[in-house]
Design a protein around this ligand. Structure first.
Ligand code: UDP
Length: 246
């Protein structure tokens, strides 16, 4: 295994969770500002129309397929991704690794109080975790937030502002945070804090997590229409490729 599957110019890592963690450690070891994104078809569809988001995804140091939808898109395009690596699981595994290796962490995002609660829960679960601070994701001016993170000297920065805000934030500011590894992880802090529950294991394993989220938050239906639209786009890309080859 290994290598990358290219979807719309975005290079998805063909890897397991363990492989993704190894890559993340490699990036931390390099010491240069780097970032990880975890797109799903909703985000990929947005990126078709949002040049900045597309650039942020294309230039990421590590791109992980957050959902089964990415696997379906990759199959349609003829270069299948073997596993999905859910951002929320990758983030937690990285916190565990950080606790073991002594990497320092800052959690940014979600509603006021959520990042603190997420941090408390993760510190209880992974003793020794060096959490240097948290801030909520509803700020007007980024500078004071950046200043606090810089002052802390945190090495790993979780950026959980939802797409495309989190990708733009990292793209624009990765040289101003002082952090080495930046992670765009959507609603992960809500899960770590316990304010949002993940789907039961059988639904995750059957590729039905999206359905669970829809049942819990029916207002997601509007944005979820992007999933079939994105898969339709992939089918068109594949058919155009075939027609060009004739
Ligand atoms: N969020 C934020 N600032 C904003 C908008 C959203 O911190 O200006 C947070 C929001 O509170 C939630 C996360 O970003 O914690 C986005 O969660 P969502 O479920 O939309 O992301 P997904 O996991 O689907 O990518």
């Amino acid at each position: 295994m290994g290598g990358k599957a290219i979807i719309d110019g975005i290079a998805f890592e063909k890897t397991s969770l363990r492989g993704a963690l190894e890559k993340a450690e490699e990036l931390i070891g390099r010491g240069e500002p780097s970032y990880v994104v975890t797109p799903n078809p909703e985000i990929l569809y947005q990126a078709l129309k949002d040049e900045t988001l597309h650039s942020a995804l294309r230039e990421a140091d590590l791109v992980l397929p957050d959902s089964v939808g990415c696997r379906i898109a990759s199959k349609i395009l003829g270069d299948p991704i073997p596993y999905k690596v859910a951002g929320v699981e990758f983030g937690e595994a990285l916190l565990k690794l950080a606790a073991e290796k002594g990497y320092t962490v800052w959690l940014l995002g979600a509603k006021p109080g959520v990042a603190e609660k997420a941090g408390e829960n993760m510190k209880a679960k992974y003793p020794g975790l060096k959490l240097l601070g948290t801030s909520d994701g509803y700020f007007k001016d980024a500078e004071p937030v950046l200043e606090k993170i810089r002052q802390s000297g945190a090495q790993i920065l979780f950026v959980c502002l939802g797409a495309p805000k989190q990708e733009s934030f990292i793209y624009d500011h990765k040289h101003e945070t002082g952090a080495i590894l930046h992670l765009a992880l959507g609603g992960s802090l809500d899960v770590y804090a316990g304010t949002v529950e993940r789907a039961p294991r059988w639904m995750i394993q059957s590729g039905l997590e999206w359905l669970y989220r829809l049942i819990k938050e029916p207002k997601r239906l509007g944005r979820m229409t992007r999933i079939p639209l994105y898969l339709l786009h992939c089918v068109k890309v594949r058919l155009n490729r075939r027609n060009r080859g004739k």
